[in-house]
Design a protein around this ligand. Sequence first.
Ligand code: BGC
Length: 697
Amino acid sequence: MRTLVLAVVLLLGACDGDDSRRRAAEPVSEDPPSFCGDRAEEVGERVEALLGQMTLEEKVREMTGYRDTFLGPLFDAGGSERLGIARFRMADGPRGVRGGDATAFPVGMARGATWDPELESRVGEAIATELRAKGGNVLLAPAMNVLRHPRWGRAQETYGEDPHHIGRMAVGFIRGAQRHVVANAKHYTANSIEATRYDVDVRIGDRALREVYLPHFRHAVTQGPVGSVMSAYNAVNGDKCSESRTLLTDILKEDWGFRGFVVSDWIYAVHDGVEAANAGLDVEMPAPVAWEELMADVESGAVDEAVVDGAVRRILRTKLCFGLDEMEPFPESVLESEEHLALAREAAGRGIVLLKNDGALPFDAPQSVVVVGELAAVVNTGDSGSSAVEATKTVTPLEGLEARAPGAAVLHVPGPDFTPDDEAAIAEADAVVVFVGLTGDDEGEAIFGDGDRASLDLPREQDALVSAVADLSDRVVVVLEGGSPSLVEAWIDDVEALLMAWYPGSQGGDAIASILYGHASPSGRLPVVWPRSEGDLPEFDNESLQVDYGLWHGYRYQDRGGLSPRYPFGFGLGYTSFELSDLRTSAGAIDRDGALAVEVDVTNTGAVAGRETVQLYVSYPGSAVERAPVDLKAFDQVAVEPGETKTARLVLEAADLAYWGAQSDRWVVEPLDYRLRVGTSAADLPLEATVSVRTWD
Ligand code: BGC
């Protein structure tokens, strides 16, 4: 069988385009990803026994939410007392549990900037633990859409713009969360506009779909392996995601071997219940709307009962594999526990990205600090959409700065207008920190409004505030907040330092202060490219009901266009310096189904401890199709003491070098000399090596 698959794959690969040396390399998964481990057989038998006892009404009940939990925060679905089947009890979300006290972690984008899947796994586990304390068993997270444009209102919820990076971070979260509950990879797929999210049809060619808008979801399925997936509101290539057989059955369930269940995004995600059932949707949430008539549709023959059985089988399998029938709630003491607050602080600190530093940071034991801007006194945790969290234990940046500066006078000048006394204080202060950025009033999920940003500019009065402070002091540190980059061209040359703090969660104030005072060295790296102007990005059209997505956005778009970003993808400064050396590869050539181990030495050449994220990008000289100038394929992070050298270890699989052959409908790995480029951002790649991929020719 395997030989046959291989032969077919080879044949198809050889037919793609006009270069017959190119070969197909879709990795064929022989063992479907399982979250059931060695219980799969026993669970399978129990599922069949239950199915055999269920009426059609009971089966349909498994597939829908309840009207009385329609508004959440716990959304129930399915379950049967008669048969002893547990209900799904679902709750958001990506930055903490929604509904009542919970730890507000930094948003996904801030955690994406940590580039640390292990830390993300601890965050996923902590959120899942808090969900268990609230009686939930399905966590509606992680949000893992590609950030195609930073004006997207929900930019804050996802991890960044690059599918490899998003996939790695999401798998970290999923593995942590699934120690306690079922995780949910959302929103599948190409969901990256708010204003038209319910209706927009995103047109994507096969290559862009496979290479840009699917790989991270595939990674979540095969490597998580995630227990549930949420289909997006938007349509892709004419089909609502909840009604797309191509996405739900052909790709997700058949190609990738997904064994869990697919839940619709909430209200308005399903228009045609028959289409959705036949396409492979398993659960309609938050209540039966399109599936109000599902029983009748089965009775009339519009939906085969085997389709319903297939969905119920997946639902029951997930419930039993994750032990939902035996799950006990955790004690409420885990909510905002000291341990979780410390983790929120750690994640916030690790996600902060130092973008500019002309020596103003860290502070050198200042006697007087002036803090400017209203945001300094705000716990700015993000938007008020479905991912909002009601934290009760919080630290504002001002409180954080005061707590970490015993002995120093900290003065808050909210602005925007300054009195002569304010001006004098700013001019004379040892350190001046200006807080600017966005809040949930400027961007967020479109529940009641638009949600997307009107532009990438900061509010005009904020630009004016920074400039006014820069006129008074030459020790100006700007701390910027928000879910994605804002343009800083108006004042960046006039200030001494810039930190991107994102929405740093309930403990963010302390994390920001710890970096300003040098109690920690910043190690966040940009998970998105930072543009100089909106014209340097692809168009963001949140009015049309049909939009086209191509292969290029983010750093790849900028690189192809020869544009120079304000700050490159993967970039971030620290308080120490690193030297990368001695790039080693395990081989000079690999087979198309092989993998390459890559090692790089990282020496901390500065005076304080720090972390470096080593990034491996690939270039494709001589490729038969257009490729990105550099493509992120692996990364590893090392914590290094001053004077110490550590080794970063990266793995590159030949399958990661493939492009999607649109004519052959297969992944194609070309027999090329691939150029590996290693460094600390997409624009700083000093180490190089070449690896060739061997074929059967
Ligand atoms: C959002 C989802 C969320 C769901 C439940 C939807 O509007 O798009 O991300 O999980 O609501 O709150």
